[in-house]
Design a protein around this ligand. Structure first.
Ligand code: 5GP
Length: 206
């Protein structure tokens, strides 16, 4: 059996730092960070540390909740698919304290891992749709909204979905590290953090 990949908190921190530096260089400071829960929460908070300069206002973090469930098909030999359900979405009330809308904004979506890409594909498509709807209503479709993605890890495997570059509006996809297709154990899931960190250190993920 393939061994799990153990990731330490320090390693998460360093991947976020490197990701933020690349993001700032290539895309520029985001207006808002959207964290896909629960795995995206801790990376989103850490990456924010490296995205703002001292003295500047904090970049708002919004949480969205997406869950994958197995769609068992019709039982006639269909391929088993995966469906995404929304468990939480943007809080437009809270966002309105920062800006009038997301139209034309530089948005960074954060999750911990890009596995089959189903979740990220759904997030970008739905966020794009939401912004597009409002932009059409307000006659502001000429303003380009940038959706970028940061994940700690991207698994090198065949993906079930591809993210439409057009919808990303010039945003960038950044992975902290590309890894083989194996299970990744994150520190926040561990019930014995000392043992977890020991494994991570042994694997050089520090
Ligand atoms: P997707 O297949 O849509 O790219 O990934 C869906 C979700 O599955 C991820 O956001 C993550 O929560 C979970 N997941 C997929 N692979 C792994 C893994 O190797 N480790 C952990 N901890 N979660 C994973």
């Amino acid at each position: 059996m393939v061994e799990k990949l153990y990731i330490s908190y320090n390693n998460v921190h360093k991947l976020c730092k490197a990701g933020a530096e690349k993001f700032l260089k290539d895309v520029g400071k985001p207006d808002v960070i959207i964290a896909i829960g629960g795995g995206g929460f801790i990376p989103a908070r850490i990456i924010r540390t490296f995205l703002r300069s001292s003295g500047e206002k904090n970049i708002p973090i919004q949480a969205i909740g997406l869950s994958l469930y197995e769609d068992l098909g019709t039982g006639n030999g269909d391929k088993i698919g995966k469906e995404v359900i929304r468990t939480q979405w943007l809080d437009f009330g809270a966002l309105s304290q920062h800006f009038d809308s997301l139209i034309g904004k530089n948005i960074l979506i954060v999750d911990e891992v890009d596995d089959t890409r189903t979740t990220l594909h759904y997030a970008v498509s739905e966020l794009y749709k939401d912004v597009q709807e409002i932009a059409e209503k307000l006659g502001r479709t000429n303003e380009k909204t940038k959706f970028s993605i940061f994940v700690l890890h991207n698994k090198l495997k065949e993906k079930r979905a591809e993210i439409d570059e057009h919808k990303m509006g010039g945003g960038e996809y950044i992975s902290g590290k590309d890894v083989p297709d194996q299970w990744i154990a994150y520190p926040w899931e561990s019930d014995d953090i000392d043992d977890h960190t020991k494994h991570a250190v042994e694997q050089g993920n520090i």
